[in-house]
Design a protein around this ligand. Sequence first.
Ligand SMILES: [Mg+2]
Length: 257
Amino acid sequence: MNIIFALLIAFMARAEIREAPSMVDALADIRPGDVVVFDIDNTLLETPQVLGSDQWYTANVAALVKSGLSEDQAGAIALKQWDQVQRITRVRTVEKITPHLVRSLQRLGVMTFALTARPVQLIETTLQQLDSQGIYFSSHGYRFHPAPDLRLRHGIIFIGINYYKGPVLNQFFAAQGLKPRRVIFIDDKIANVQSVESALAAAGIPSLEFRYGAADHEVQAYRADLAEVEWTYFLRHGGLISDTQAAQKLRGKVQSP
Ligand SMILES: [Mg+2]
């Protein structure tokens, strides 16, 4: 009987994973008492050039693994390079309307958080980047620092690449004694969406997960050749060039004898 009851609760709490082509789609059905949790990269923010983008990081890891490194080694190197670029790059929001939507939620009294795979070393940089786009979260007085590499700052939970988002989110809610009426989670990566969906369902927290797709076209159009030119420039000059400038350099190379 207990098992049937537990299954029934799990079924009732079971969340749905949906596709959201835009932020408006993901936030269309917000109700009072909802808690909204945003991913950052390719959900709230993106870089204007391929260097420093999430897709650059992913491609970098894949290339390093192909060259013979382990997943861990490759991840560590790619993260270090990504970190270097984050410290100097400008960012923009994936959609222009996003900062306005986040503020509207907050005005309605909806609690908002961000949950990111960015490491704790990037806390200050991340706060500056979000500030440059007028996006703010509030810690609501909560404290969460269960491990050196896991930390809440200004409403943003930084988990790095050693944890899964779902279990950390549960741990965070449990640590604060928070029992959200419903969680809305928005992330461009299906693995994160599934992680949060199954963790919250197991904890009996009703939720609605969205796989956010507004940056998909840029991920699909990723050009390793441009990233290579931009990375070489960065190493030589410590600065960034645009994709257009990188493309011009590439064309120049092809044309020169
Ligand atoms: Mg992301």
